[in-house]
Design a protein around this ligand. Structure first.
Ligand code: GBH
Length: 443
């Protein structure tokens, strides 16, 4: 797959162009923060593919000025980063974000913080983590602290990153921290994250914020065949990935059969907290479509993960498309399909969309495959805009190569190459390509 040399189509005026990172994946400076579930999980033998840790990661806390300059020189409007709750717990921990936000503003880049990108403080996990209702209230109190400090300079806020993946990989399958393998008993973690979103949104509103979003992962689910068992399995997977979080947020109800599985005495009251005036826009992280079939009959690999037996579906390989270094198929048309179907499902209830992550893992500094991926996905995004989907922005995952969770440093998603020994930053071919594409958008 190669990028066409034609210029990209032009996106609507005011479209927000950005790049994204998250705290645990880039910051380092463990001494400056409390422990998180990822510190504990990552230290267990066999959890991280290359046996690495995120103790240093991209040493971003020390090098943030250089990294902000890379965002500015790219010509991006906005930088999406996450605030580490464990750092905010440490004395003076918010000082770092104060400096980062000041630097972004000084360089003309809009700061877009995410309040939770999977690094729950160990002390909160020890009190039950997201399985415990009280964590939602603690999250809102933390949000209030952060907005109290940064709210004078930050307009646009994201509450949670990918509660779907954090529930599935962290609490149901145990491939991510906190490493729980609860299968469907993980659903309280979904409900409490959503409640945490609602309560945090109330705290942000009370501080005067009018620009709140959430970032969730979505992708079309394709049944492995037209046979009933495959279609039903794919429908269940589709509900979990594409409705379990967005229905309560946007419609104020759980998909049929799920509300009864949620904890607490007042799910209806919680749903009001989750849905009422909590979103000014909805963030979508898109990577690839997923093919799903009946359980036990096909492949058992999911993103390098061997799925446990007993699941009511199986994930299959998608043939006929190029694969990234992660093995994920590159299917730009699936991006248009997702966005159009999302708009069709939610109609008037859907606020404007922002693509909060899109990107791919490839090695190398002359990363022509990444250029082709981004080019194809931006054209696919533009087709959705032409079809009337209201999309207001697009963030590439990621600014730079970083700690890719259970994959350690073995998968590189960056526009900027990071030498994980010397910490040297080198812009890749894709960085130059995107800089030129952004210039052309404004010409
Ligand atoms: C995001 O999650 C995270 O927000 C970010 O921190 C992370 O670094 C980035 O993406 C890259 O991984 O086996 O073909 O069915 C990604 C969510 C979940 C998307 C698994 C791909 C399965 C692919 N991903 N999904 S497949």
């Amino acid at each position: 797959m190669t990028a066409t040399s034609d210029a990209l189509p032009t996106f609507p005026p005011g479209f927000l162009w950005g790049v994204a990172t998250s705290a645990h994946q880039i910051e380092g400076d463990v001494a400056g923060r409390a422990r998180s579930v990822w510190d504990v999980f990552g230290a267990e033998p066999g959890r991280i593919r290359d046996g690495s840790t995120a103790d240093v990661a991209c040493d971003h806390v020390a090098r943030y000025r250089e990294d902000v300059a890379l965002v500015r020189d790219l010509g991006a409007d906005a930088y999406r980063f996450s605030v580490s709750w464990p750092r905010v717990l440490a004395p003076g921990g918010l000082d770092f974000y104060d400096r980062l936000v000041d630097e972004l503003c000084a360089q003309g880049v809009r700061p877009v913080p995410t309040l939770f990108h999977w690094d729950l403080p160990t002390e909160v996990e020890e009190a039950g983590g997201w399985l415990e209702r009280d964590t939602a209230a603690r999250f809102a109190a933390y949000a209030e602290t952060v907005v109290g400090r940064l709210g004078d300079r930050v307009r646009k806020w994201i509450t949670l990153n990918e509660p779907a993946e954090h529930t599935l990989l962290g609490h149901a399958l145990g491939e991510h921290a906190p490493g729980r393998k609860l299968l469907f008993d993980a659903l309280p973690a979904a409900h409490h994250q959503l409640l945490g979103h609602g309560l945090a949104a109330q705290a942000l509103r009370a501080a005067g914020v009018t620009d709140i979003g959430i970032a969730n992962s979505h992708g079309p689910t394709w049944p492995a065949s037209g046979e009933r068992a495959d279609v039903e399995a794919a429908e269940l997977y589709d509900v979990i990935l594409n409705r379990l979080f967005s229905d309560p947020l946007l419609l104020g109800r759980y998909p049929d059969g799920f509300g009864e599985l949620m904890p607490g005495g007042d799910v209806d009251g919680d749903l009001r907290t989750i849905s009422e005036s909590t979103l000014d826009w909805y963030g979508i992280n898109f990577y690839q479509p997923t093919k799903v079939g009946a359980p036990g009959t096909g492949d058992v690999e999911f993103s390098g993960v061997t799925l446990p037996s007993g699941l009511p579906f199986s994930v299959r390989h998608i043939e006929g498309h190029p694969l990234t270094d992660f093995g994920w198929p590159v299917v730009p048309g699936a991006f248009t399909e997702l966005l159009v179907s999302f708009r069709d499902r939610y109609g008037d209830r859907l606020p404007p969309l922002v693509i909060t992550e899109n990107g791919c893992a490839y090695d190398g500094i002359d990363d022509q495959e990444r250029i082709a991926y981004l080019d194809g996905h931006l054209r696919a995004l533009h087709r959705a805009v032409e079809a009337g989907v209201d999309v207001r922005g697009y963030f590439v995952w990621s600014l730079m190569d970083n700690f890719e969770w259970a994959e350690g440093y073995t998968k590189r998603f960056g526009l900027v190459h990071v030498d994980h020994t010397t910490q040297e930053r080198t812009p890749k071919a894709s960085y130059g390509w995107l800089r030129d594409a952004l210039r052309a958008q404004r010409a």
